[in-house]
Design a protein around this ligand. Structure first.
Ligand code: NAP
Length: 298
């Protein structure tokens, strides 16, 4: 196995970085790195998105993950599922020099993250699983929450860069721990969304003014981020706030697989996964996750 060394970039010094995957999340995240003065090379499978990013932020555009990786001290990616992450991170490894750090912001399985961690170590690289919470709005405003697994030294090196687009960046433990933490986040989030959907649907059936109900109960123990930010839009039938039903089903698939392995009982999460499957059957694939209420109201 090759010797590994740890990169230690500081926030003050401009670093050479690469960002792969300029979707709803990656585009603004990479933009914050450029705005902080770092030398950013971007790659996106659909070239037009990389061209648009360079036109907006400057920097360089590469034709492949390996080309983007060449000369990068830190390489970030934010793509789709396990297979996408394996393909993009694996190809990027070809271009990185020993000691470089890969930070993966995609939401994928802990298993795939541990696999990539081992592949990285075998090449003298570091791999951090670093999923995020906060949605597209959080990425645009630079206030994401990042939960990270992997080598602590590599984490300390990457942390100042991740802080360019985050309000909280925390090391959770060895490889896979960031993804396991994100799974807990998703378990908690969907339970609250379904509870809120049921409460609002009940308020309507009961003949109450649901907006007034929310005004009142949001000052008590039922208050939540979902209630503060989504109750109003759920009542108005607006479901275009980013994180989509298809993505949530990917995440819940990862969560339920992990629970089968570790023996955790997730009866409510499993049920809500089926409710999201209902929404897909209703054509709601791209609606945001608060659309659970559509199953309950006309
Ligand atoms: P998105 O808008 O659909 O963008 C996905 C990006 O990944 C695109 O740049 C896409 O390239 C690229 N990609 C996907 N598969 C690829 C492959 N096999 N090879 C090369 N490039 C590939 O998704 P997003 O909303 O940014 O989400 C990205 C990740 O962050 C996902 O894992 C998601 O679960 C997670 N996440 C999203 C949110 C959110 O609110 N959106 C919040 C937290 C976490 P093309 O442009 O060519 O399609």
């Amino acid at each position: 196995m090759a010797e590994t060394t740890t990169a230690q970039p500081s926030s003050a010094q401009p670093r050479s970085v690469a960002f792969l995957g300029l979707g709803n999340m990656g585009h603004p995240m990479a933009g914050h790195l450029a705005a902080a003065g770092h030398r950013v090379t971007v790659y996106n499978r659909t070239t037009a998105k990389a061209e648009a990013w360079v036109a907006q932020h400057g920097g360089r555009m590469a034709a492949s993950p390996a080309e983007a990786a060449r000369g990068a001290e830190l390489l970030f990616l934010c793509v789709g599922n396990d297979d996408d992450m394996r393909a993009v991170a694996g190809a990027a490894m070809e271009g990185l020099e020993s000691g470089a750090v890969i930070a993966d912001h995609s939401t994928v399985s802990a298993e795939a993250s541990r696999e990539m961690d081992a592949a990285a170590r075998a090449r003298g690289l570091h791999f951090l699983d670093a999923p995020v919470s906060g949605g597209q709005a959080g990425a645009e405003k630079g206030v994401l929450t990042v939960m990270v697994g992997g080598d602590p030294g590599a984490f300390e090196g990457a942390r100042p860069l991740m802080e360019c687009y985050s309000r909280s960046v925390t090391h959770m433990g060895p490889a896979g721990s960031g993804q396991l933490t994100k799974m807990v986040n998703q378990i908690c989030a969907v339970g609250v969304i379904q509870g809120l959907a049921e409460g609002l649907a009940f308020a309507r059936k009961a003949g109450l003014d649901a907006h007034r109900v929310v005004e009142v109960i949001s000052k008590g123990a039922a208050q939540s981020w979902q209630m503060d930010n989504r109750a109003g839009t759920m009542l108005e039938g607006r479901f275009d706030f980013g994180f989509a039903v298809d993505w949530m089903r990917k995440d819940l698939g990862i969560v339920l697989d992990e629970a089968r392995r570790n023996g955790a009982a997730l009866p409510v999460t499993a049920l809500i996964d089926q409710f999201y499957a209902d929404l897909q059957k209703m054509g709601g694939n791209r609606l945001d996750t608060s659309s659970l209420i559509k199953r309950l109201v006309d």
